[in-house]
Design a protein around this ligand. Sequence first.
Ligand code: FNR
Length: 188
Amino acid sequence: MEKIKILAIVGSLRKDSYNRQLALTAKELIGDRAVFNLLEYQDIPLMNQDIEFPTPEAIKRVREEVKSSDGIWFFTPEYNHFFPGVLKNLIDWLSRPINDKEPQVLAGKPAAISGITPAMAGTSLAQDHLVTLISFLNMNVMNVPRLTIPNAMQQLDRDGKLALTASYPYLEKQANAFLGFVTKQRKE
Ligand code: FNR
């Protein structure tokens, strides 16, 4: 059987994003148990129905990456108690049917959600909003466990990189649960 394909979608475009670092830690942790890629989408345009058709090349690319994955793992920051606009823009593009025959690519896909913040609330409000959106789009959300990591600054190494000392076991638990969740759905 082919390896499971996990696609990580990070809700921050920042080069040193803690959420991106969290996604890379998850990739390392999963190792060869799955193919794990990060979706690069900084080049996609803002949703504007005037440019929806013909489909922009960058949109074709991100849709194809989502379509060919077995599960989507979101790593999202919280901006003003919501998830960032760049992520909403990406999901708006992904939510549109490809053509008359093919439905949107998110429907039915297993989804996991994690988030890290330097603040105290751990991105839980952003995650709740994201659950509302992706449930509307009929993704298959793994609600337990979700991972909310507050106080990111307490888990950095001397160079300011995410060491994830305290939260690593929780990330591991979520990764194992998501691999099981995706595998089960692929069999059904
Ligand atoms: C933030 N930040 C933030 N943090 C939080 O926990 N709750 C919030 O509501 C907000 N609001 C907010 C709004 C805007 C516009 C910005 C730019 C930032 C802080 C945010 O968590 C912090 O910058 C993170 O480091 C962003 O995630 P990445 O880029 O490190 O992944």
